[in-house]
Ligand binder design. Structure first.
Ligand code: PGA
Length: 244
């Protein structure tokens, strides 16, 4: 079931998201956090860092599992999702980096690495999963057409996704990797609670289809309709088509 929360601004969206994360991290010191990259969760991560720095919360005994990673980008590349997580969160809180997990986009045997990642998720159930949504309705890199029962797998990115992400690669789509490794929808659905954030007009139609559309692989995010505990937090522009 999807519960909607309407925020006016990106900042308010981030603060509401943090209230859910805070609830988990203050009540479960050993929590497993499912984390996401992209511009959307940066405000949430800033809230997490602020409260950590104020001494309110500690991530010392927590585990994190990230959704996805580009294939073929060196880990130290500034746009690898490992770099993103280090720069935007892990370097600023007390989580042990050894307990932070990001899929390996450089594995020699990608298929085995994917299977192992799903098995790891199954043995470390995610307490709270943060998600963004693509303009095409993808969650993580589960592009339209991805079967609902997919586990972690290799994907070829859609042109629209590579265009959307070109802004991080000097605006040049040719520099955006063509493939990625992503948690599958089945892995994502196994999280106990899911917090999906959406900001900006570019997400409005995808958000509408996720919430009101037919549940179908054409809109991967629509699978969330069948999860028991999903909170969707939108700012005004992303929530344009939603009833109050
Ligand atoms: P964004 O990406 O947060 O950078 O908009 C979200 C997504 O594509 O899942």
């Amino acid at each position: 079931m999807i519960v909607l929360k309407h925020a006016k601004t990106y900042e308010e969206m981030s603060k509401i998201a943090y209230s859910f994360v805070k609830e988990v991290v203050t009540t479960s010191p050993n929590a497993t956090l499912g984390l996401a990259t992209g511009s959307t969760p940066i405000g949430l991560y800033k809230e997490m860092i602020k409260d950590y720095q104020a001494g309110v919360v500690s991530y010392k005994n927590m585990l994190s599992i990230n959704l996805d990673e580009y294939v073929g980008l060196p880990v130290e590349h500034p746009e690898s999702y490992r770099s993103f997580m280090n720069n935007n969160l892990f370097n600023h809180i007390d989580i042990d980096k050894a307990n932070t997990n990001v899929p390996n986009g450089l594995a020699e045997d990608i298929e085995k690495a994917c299977k192992d990642y799903s098995a790891f998720i199954a043995s470390h159930p995610i307490d709270i999963q943060i998600l963004g949504i693509g303009g095409n309705g993808h969650i993580a890199f589960n592009e339209p057409g991805t079967p609902f029962d997919a586990i972690t797998h290799l994907v070829e990115l859609k042109e629209k996704t590579r265009q959307d992400n070109a802004r991080f690669f000097d605006g040049d789509i040719n520099k955006v990797p063509t493939h990625a490794v992503t948690m599958g929808l089945k892995d994502i659905m196994s999280a106990k609670q899911i917090i999906l954030l959406a900001s900006g007009a570019g997400k409005a139609e995808a958000v509408r289809d996720m919430v009101y559309g037919k549940m179908s692989p054409e809109c991967p995010a629509s699978i969330l309709q069948s999860h028991p505990n999903v909170i969707v937090i939108v700012d005004e522009a992303a929530g344009y088509y939603l009833k109050a």
